[in-house]
Ligand binder design. Sequence first.
Ligand SMILES: [Zn+2]
Length: 128
Amino acid sequence: MGCCGFRDRIEKYVEEFRKSGRAPKCPKCGKVLEPAVVYFGEPLPATALAEAFTLARTCNVMVVVGTSLAVYPAALVSLEAHRSGAKLYIVNLSPTPLDHLATAVTYTKAGKTLPRVVEHVKKLTNMG
Ligand SMILES: [Zn+2]
C-alpha cells in the first residue's frame, strides 16, 4: 500500500532506478518506495472494502473478471451482490466456487471476452 501513503507518478522513479541501479527512496518518509497495490496476503484498505460492499448491495449486475473468487474478503463482495439480487457474470480462466450462482460464466482470457460481456450487459440494462 505504499510506504507512508505518498503518491506520485512512477516514471521519474523508474528513470532514477535505471540510472542508479538502486531502489528509489520515498521523498516523504525515506523508506524504499512501494507501489500502491495490495499484495497477496495483505489486507485490503478498509474504506475501499466498505465501498465495494455498499456497491455490491445496490448494483443490478456485477461483472467479475480474472479472479479465482477463492480469496476472502474480496470473494464475499461477489456473494453479497448475488444475495442482494444482482446478476453475476464471471470471466476467468478456470472454474470458481461461485460459478453455480452466476447468470453466465466464461472460461477464457478476460481481454478476449470482456468486450462481448460488456455489450451483453449493456443490452440487459438498456445502457447500450
Ligand atoms: Zn513514504
